[in-house]
Design a protein around this ligand. Structure first.
Ligand code: N01
Length: 867
């Protein structure tokens, strides 16, 4: 039983919403001994499942998984009757839970919260309800659901229709009888797709108005899957634990099969198995790359289109039902029962609004650009103002009276999707920036509720009374949420995930797509690191450990995890020969980089024998001269060759439109300092003298390099300046080695765990140059005279031990009057920017590099060729 409010109208916590999240939050707050009041505008528990009563409403995650796990006894006492339970059964379940734990006594039904104001002097929230009540609470928790605020009809004349009007999201409790009626359904998202087959059973005539064709797979509903029940019987706790640490909140091994490389038979087999299984996470896991690679995605999409074509008899209708304007999964796919087959019924018709848009709703029907339709009833299945709608509609005002609506005018900003700066003690359950709608909601709800409960318990123990995120932590999380979305295809769609379904809503990727497991890890880390990124106050003292919980690009982190799992020996423990062999082996099977016009190999004379080179020419008219970039590969003067940096050179060539000449140089330990630098300078001289033969434009030559290759490129520029030629138009230095001082902070911060380690860098130096030589400008160009050098573009990566020397070189060049562009590779390591088509987040950085290269050659011709 709840602790009563010690002062009438004063509670420890107020929760809005009595659905899955609100009920469990109440249960946990009570366990902490807090006084709680829950408000819900409905007259019973259920939340989403109270309102969405349209015919055919079911969950789309198997109910064995879409269920609470906090109460093992409850799990024993409740058995779901179907694989995907109906809305009435889910509602019954929530009623059962509420009764079992006596939760109703703390819930005020049929009461909406109309405003919530943070009272700074009192350090309390002031809550008002539509029943005129005003109450105070320390913690204000919105458990209002992600899909609870119906989108208002944005169709001309929507209020004019004189017949029956229904919204799937607010279906009448007494139901609707369409027998003998002419019915219109507008919208073909999950709600439309679930209800259309059932409405068709009653209606005399059913017309479906479709704006966007949607992907849907058969739910194959029936008894709960036997294998799932067996797993639960054998080890319920282990199963639930696996769900909590899975990507989507349902135990499922993510596949490593790539769509682009799988054979046709493997593709077909995997797809058909997922189709037969009829589960959302299964069909989203046919290929590991379907969410990021358009070609792979299209394989799945086309197989679904084939299924639609074979289900729908009329070819024109079938084609209109085939989704073609978004990648599969980027709008939430649906699970259906006989949806596409419904269009084979003689009284059902599809109107494709792309061909004939709605002009207006009229008094007796709908008028499109081509036709007038008469109806007895119109059903709006037009969706929700998702994820933020219910939050901003609630008139929440934090410090200084700033409302959530104002703060989020350009899109939501949260820390972990749980809190937002400026709104102390205000929690959102499954808020924007958390996995929420991309996951099994029940797992994500329990995780959020447990986190909030633990946080309040910790605060209580330490005498802390307020908590709110810092601006730094919140900005870092917002960035991470967007970074995670940006490497996927999701932002390309006009989906409600992007806020694109509501006119005027800012286009921002709303949920967190990094995975339930990764998210839980981040939340746990925050809590265990003294609530990193939160500011807490109270009689127990003020405290704030400020910081960003995730600043690495998500795909870079994945690569690091993958490499760590390989358990490779550290390079510096190997001989040079073995290290070279290991490097070559790890490069096998990587994506080749872009196709180019021409790639040819050759040799040039070096100071001590021939040096191999590879010449990359972009596509386009052959024979047309272009500026020339002489490139030097990375590898610490010990490793690497023309092949090691081949994808990067292709990428640089394609992006810049210049001819790229990658030149190999002599390596240590066989030949030590300054051989590599002298070879580089000789190569630049030769390229300049032979520019025309190489397809270059005489006098338009730049140098480039990565890592140790950038070291020799930088040295070549200094040698060219000292030798009064050749004239170099620019130097591109990607994560360069420019100094032998290994004490800068970036060595301290990033010296271990990010592939290029301090130990490896020391190994490189030891192979390359005697300690006495390492201060020489030909080894450490930062220590040289920097005046009169060519314009530079320097790339410095956040998680690179060499970051600070790159930045120092940029600053020193600038101070010496050299034009410099410093490109920060945010969230990247020393190697990740170069991993073409592996680390997708590196592409924008390389796009900037391509632009910098073009800027070295301001000839209108090159700019034109590239654009
Ligand atoms: O809403 P939606 P929903 N003129 O936004 C169309 C969950 N859910 O209620 O795509 C004409 O998906 C709109 O067209 P377009 C689930 O997560 C789950 O169906 O914007 N058409 C679209 O076709 C789901 O994703 C279940 O071009 C208009 C449709 O209306 C989410 O809730 C069941 C229009 C809206 O589709 C939302 O689903 C139900 C206009 N002015 C819901 N405006 C389960 O199975 C909108 N549309 C658990």
């Amino acid at each position: 039983m709840n602790k009563p409010a010690s002062v009438p109208g004063h509670f420890d916590a107020v929760v809005v919403g009595a659905g899955f999240s609100g009920l469990y939050m109440l249960y946990r707050l009570r366990q902490l001994g807090l006084s709680v009041k829950v408000f819900d505008s409905a007259d019973d528990v259920g939340g989403t499942w109270y309102w969405n009563r349209y015919p055919g409403a079911r969950c789309d995650i198997p109910t064995t998984d879409y269920t609470y796990s906090f109460d093992p006894e409850l799990e024993k006492e409740w058995t779901w009757s179907e694989k995907y339970a109906t809305q009435p059964e889910i509602l019954e379940y929530l009623r059962f839970v509420a009764d079992r734990h006596g939760l109703r006594s703390d819930i005020e039904f049929s009461t909406a919260v109309t405003s919530a104001r943070w009272d700074e002097p009192e350090q309390r929230w002031r809550i008002t309800t539509d029943r005129g009540k005003e109450i105070r609470c320390r913690y204000y928790i919105m458990a209002t659901g992600c899909l609870s605020m119906p989108k208002s009809p944005d169709i001309e004349g929507a209020g004019r229709f004189a017949g029956q009007v229904y919204f799937t999201s607010r279906w009448p409790h007494e139901g609707a009888d369409f027998t003998g009626q002419r019915v219109a359904v507008i919208g073909t998202g999950s709600s439309g797709i679930q209800s259309i087959p059932l409405i068709a059973r009653q209606a005399r005539q059913l017309t479906v108005f479709q704006r966007t064709a949607n992907f849907s797979i058969p739910a194959h509903n029936g008894p709960a899957p036997a294998d799932r029940l067996e797993q639960l019987d054998v080890g319920r706790d282990a199963y639930r634990h696996a769900a909590r640490w899975s990507r989507g909140g349902v135990p499922l091994e993510p596949t490593d099969v790539l769509g682009i490389t799988a054979s046709e038979s493997v593709r077909r087999e995997r797809f058909e198995a997922a189709w037969e299984q009829g589960e959302l996470f299964g069909i989203l896991n046919v290929f590991a790359d379907q969410g990021v690679n358009p070609a792979s995605n299209d394989i799945v999409a086309e197989m679904i289109r084939e299924k639609i074509r074979s289900a729908v008899k009329d070819p024109e209708t079938a084609e209109a039902l085939c989704p073609k304007d978004h990648y599969f999964g980027t709008k939430r796919p649906c699970l259906d029962t006989g949806y596409f087959e419904t269009y084979n019924l003689p009284h059902v018709r599809l109107v494709d609004l792309r061909k004939q848009p709605i002009v207006s709703i009229t008094e007796d029907g709908i008028e499109t650009a081509d036709e007038s339709f008469g109806f007895d009833a119109i059903v709006y299945a037009t969706g929700f103002d998702a994820m933020t709608g219910a939050l901003v509609a609630a008139d929440v005002a934090g410090q200084d009276g700033l409302s959530l609506k104002e703060k989020w005018a350009a899109g939501p900003s949260t820390y972990l999707g749980l809190m937002t700066a400026g709104f102390p003690n205000f929690f959102m359950l499954t808020g924007p920036g958390s996995p929420s709608v991309l996951s099994n909601m029940t797992v994500s709800i329990e995780q959020h509720v447990d986190w909030v409960a633990r946080c309040l318990e910790d605060m209580c123990e330490e005498g802390l009374e307020t908590i709110e995120p810092t601006a730094l932590a919140e900005a870092g999380w917002d960035q991470h949420v967007q970074d995670c979305g940006a490497i996927t295809l999701y932002p390309t769609a006009n989906s409600w995930y992007m806020g694109a379904n509501v006119p005027g809503k800012p286009r921002v990727f709303l949920p967190y797509i990094g995975g339930v497991d990764a998210y839980r890890q981040a939340c746990d880390e925050v809590a265990s690191q003294d609530y990193l990124g939160f500011r807490m106050t109270g009689p127990g003292g003020d405290r704030c450990r400020d910081g960003v919980v995730r600043s690495m690009q998500p795909d870079v982190a994945m690569v690091l995890e993958f490499v760590a799992a390989l358990g490779l020996p550290p390079m510096e423990t190997l001989s040079a020969a073995d290290a070279r062999a290991l490097m070559a082996a790890t490069a096998e099977g990587r994506p080749p980089g872009p196709e180019l016009g021409e790639v040819t190999d050759g040799v040039i004379p070096g100071p001590a024998g021939d040096l191999p080179y590879r010449l990359y020419r972009p596509g386009g008219p052959s024979g047309r001269p272009r500026p020339l970039v002489v490139y030097f590969h990375g590898g610490g003067w010990v490793l690497g060759n023309l092949d090691s940096d081949d994808p990067l050179c292709r990428d640089l060539c394609a992006r810049s439109g210049a001819v790229v000449m990658s030149v190999n140089y002599r390596h240590a330990p066989e030949v030590r300092f300054p051989a590599a630098a002298l070879d580089a300078f000789a190569a630049v001289q030769w390229a300049d003298a032979n520019a025309t033969e190489l397809g270059g434009i005489p006098g338009q030559l730049a140098v480039a390099g990565w890592s140790a290759g950038a070291n020799v490129a930088a040295v070549a520029c200094q040698l060219a300046r000292d030798a009064a030629g050749p004239r170099i138009s620019g130097q591109l230095l990607i994560c360069p080695v420019v100094d032998s001082d290994m004490t800068r902070p970036s060595y301290e911060e990033n010296g271990d765990g990010y592939i290029l380690t301090t130990a490896l860098m020391r190994w490189f130096w030891d192979h390359y140059a005697d300690p006495a030589d390492r201060g020489e400008p030909r080894a450490a160009p930062l220590r040289g005279d920097l005046e009169g050098l060519p314009p530079a573009c320097i790339v410095a990566a956040d998680f690179d031990p060499l970051r600070d020397e790159g930045v120092a070189y940029a600053r020193a060049l600038g101070a010496a009057g050299v034009p410099v562009r410093l490109a920060r590779a945010r969230g990247h390591t020393h190697t990740s920017v170069t991993m073409v088509d592996v680390v997708i987040s590196g592409a924008p950085v390389r796009a900037g590099i391509g632009e910098a290269l073009r800027d070295f050659f301001p000839s209108a011709e090159l700019q034109e060729q590239v654009s």
